[in-house]
Design a protein around this ligand. Structure first.
Ligand SMILES: [Zn+2]
Length: 390
């Protein structure tokens, strides 16, 4: 059955006023005076492609559940241990909490999510199961990519490698890694395991790299080397990667060239004072996605899952010009699509109709005002209207 929907009097980001005819889930025609039986009158509102959250941890969330005051011990290890200890009493991971957060994200215009999912020797693959169930409850409204994530370490937590492998065997999309040097104390061995699993299961890699300074720079080089050697162009992402923003100009230029040449992408949550140099990345041809990271969990009480909030945070650290703000929105949309490998994404004829309608005159205003999403479409179907699930 062919389904049609006409978005009449739209303002397409980058293309201006037009009608958009959607047929069988894709943009079929863009023009003026188009006709269809099913019509949404947009009254000149802005249409952007579906927002992509390229770095989330939805398995950890307590959204819709209890409020637990933030009380973890300092440092990465304090958070890791705190998370493991308090999870059972709070009912984490919970398909209900995850599903509630996904609902909020959908109403805020997110149509695709890459989420890291904890795999550890305490709970095994429980979080993978919970995340899968939550996505199943929202089938047709949002798509997801799972990263098997060794949050509690890999070398320092023996047995985790086998669990990660089991997750990949069960079809998890990517293999994750975490501070190969800073947390694991053996970057080469950690990366050998992670890239070995990627090769064996034909999956992509997404590595959390918080290590700063020369230690972080060295690990960037190791990741570039392995990506090249295994021909994983377009399938490897460095998350956070603070060392790149810290690096001296010459080192930064060298790393950016290496990343571009190896086809490695970046995921950033644009934390205040530590955002990525987005203009330099764009100039070097290195794709970057934005993400919300943890939302209301034991790691952070903050966030709502809103990708326009995240774009604003990036924009505030990129610059005040419309083009700076648009670049941040670009990372929250097209950048996310590139990093996560979404095909046929965008606002052209033939693209999948993952679309968001906002009451704004242009992209910069959409980011600065962050209005209620008037409509959210997933593959041509209206899934949210005026901030509520349809
Ligand atoms: Zn993360």
């Amino acid at each position: 059955m062919t389904t049609e929907l006409l978005l009449r009097d739209a303002n397409l980001w980058g293309a201006g006023p037009a009608d958009v005819l959607i047929r069988s889930g894709r943009i079929a025609e863009i023009g003026h005076g188009l006709r269809s039986c099913e019509v949404e009158e947009l009254g000149g509102k802005l249409v952007i492609p579906g927002l992509v959250d390229g770095h989330a941890h939805i398995d950890k969330t307590m959204w819709g559940g209890p409020w637990a005051s933030h009380a973890s011990a300092p440092g990465l290890m304090g958070k890791i241990r705190g998370g493991q200890e308090r999870r059972p009493e709070l009912g984490i991971p919970s398909a209900d909490y995850i599903s509630a957060l996904l609902e909020n994200m959908i109403t805020l215009g997110t149509t695709h999510v890459r989420t890291h999912v904890d795999v550890d020797t305490v709970m095994g693959l429980d979080a993978v199961d919970a995340v899968r169930e939550a996505f199943a409850r929202h089938e047709g409204r949002v798509t997801g990519q799972l990263v098997a994530f060794p949050q509690a370490g890999l070398l320092i937590a023996p047995g985790t490698d086998k669990l990660l492998e089991e997750a990949l065997r069960q079809g998890v999309d990517l293999i994750g890694g975490l501070d190969p040097a800073g947390l694991e104390n053996d970057a080469v061995k950690h990366l050998d395991i992670v890239f070995g699993l990627a090769e064996r299961y034909g999956v992509g890699v997404d590595i959390h790299l918080h290590d700063r300074g020369s230690l972080g720079e060295w690990q960037y080089r190791l990741i570039i080397e392995r990506t090249r050697a295994l021909g994983l162009r377009g399938k490897v992402t460095v998350s956070h990667g603070f060392a790149l923003s810290d690096a001296a100009p010459a080192v930064r230029a060298e790393l950016l060239e290496g990343l571009a040449e190896a086809g490695i992408t970046i995921a950033s949550i644009a934390p205040p004072g530590r955002a990525m140099p987005l203009k330099e990345l764009a100039a070097a041809g290195v794709a970057m996605t934005l993400g919300n990271d943890g939302v209301r969990d034991l790691w952070s009480p903050y966030g709502t899952g809103c990708m326009l909030d995240r774009a604003l945070l990036q924009a505030q650290q990129t610059g005040p010009l419309d083009e700076d703000i648009e670049l941040a929105l670009h990372a929250a949309t097209y950048g996310g699509a590139r990093v996560t490998g979404l095909a046929d994404y965008g606002l052209a004829v033939g693209d999948v109709a993952d679309l968001v309608v906002v009451d704004a005159r242009n992209a910069a205003e959409a980011v600065c005002v962050r209005p209620v999403r008037s409509l959210v479409l997933k593959a041509g179907r209206v899934v949210a209207r005026e901030g509520s699930l349809v």
